[in-house]
Design a protein around this ligand. Structure first.
Ligand SMILES: [Zn+2]
Length: 120
């Protein structure tokens, strides 16, 4: 599994096998953000230091903005939708994608700091 795929699948960045979250489904909202303490495969601690995942908010923000820009340009230039209709679509996509982006941003943030280890 390559690094992008393992990040998208919310896997440990070091071994790419262990699950980051207790419930890997981000739409199980009661367990959103509940991470395993360490990797079940390589024993990597997922919380490196207190407040480590505050930086993930910036990743989440960037993902939301990028999605909004893509949706806007796709529908503005290639479909007859009005700007108001496109803005409603962006709002809906933001609401629908937020749980996934919350967990994905943590996965991306951890992958920034933890390199892949082939031996694990
Ligand atoms: Zn691991």
């Amino acid at each position: 599994m390559n690094s992008v795929l393992s990040t998208l699948k919310l896997k440990c960045p070091k071994c790419r096998k262990g699950n980051l979250f207790i419930n890997q489904n981000p739409y199980a909202l009661r367990q959103l953000n509940k991470m395993n303490k360490c990797c079940s495969n390589c024993n990597l601690k997922f919380v490196i230091e207190p407040g480590f995942y505050q930086g993930a908010a910036y990743v989440s923000y960037a993902l939301q903005i990028l999605t909004s820009i893509v949706i806007f340009n796709l529908f503005f230039w290639f479909t007859p939708f009005t700007i108001n209709q496109i803005l409603i679509m962006i709002c809906i996509s933001t609401i629908v994608m937020t749980p996934y982006y919350v967990v994905l941003s943590r996965s991306v943030w951890l992958a920034f700091f933890v390199p892949f280890d082939k031996e694990k």
